[in-house]
Design a protein around this ligand. Structure first.
Ligand code: FE2
Length: 156
């Protein structure tokens, strides 16, 4: 059986912007952090672990390949679609699920479908847990407190 996550990691390795070592470290750290939280949340919420992890790995592909923050969720979803189409290992349904989650991941104040919410929550978890000193928006804080409750941890 193909290991699609490893194949995808190889594809991302080829595309990621490696010019600035600091940015490169940040991209990898955030990608791995969000992907792992997607894995954990999919286990907690009985969703597909592989597809959830894929959403996390690709969610900031626009940034990671040197794109700007402007509309990065929508542009990233288009890039992710091209990557997944080209790999030829994903069904149309899977590609739609993954790219929809990526396209909506900046809309932290809205509630969408299960995988969209999982990706937003994983992004918030990485943001909040990476460095507690970083500023956090009101909507991120709401999500973060809900996540602490979901995992049975006291909110701070
Ligand atoms: Fe992110």
């Amino acid at each position: 059986m193909q290991n699609r996550l490893e194949n995808l990691r190889n594809e991302i390795d080829k595309l990621i912007d490696k010019e600035d070592p600091d940015k490169f470290r940040m991209y990898i750290s955030h990608m791995c952090g969000v992907a792992r939280f997607c894995t954990l949340l999919s286990m907690k919420r009985n969703l597909n672990i592989e597809l959830a992890t894929t959403c996390g790995m690709l969610h900031d592909i626009c940034y990671m390949t040197g794109g700007s923050s402007d509309n990065h969720a929508i542009k990233g979803a288009e890039q992710a679609k091209s990557i997944l189409d080209e790999m030829n290992q994903y069904s149309d349904h899977e590609i739609t699920l993954i790219t929809t989650a990526i396209s909506r991941h900046s809309d932290k104040s809205k509630i969408h479908d299960q995988y969209d919410e999982l990706l937003k929550d994983a992004d918030v978890m990485d943001h909040c847990l990476y460095n507690a000193g970083f500023p956090v928006s009101e909507w991120e804080m709401k999500r973060y407190n809900n996540l602490l409750n979901e995992f049975g941890l006291a909110s701070c």
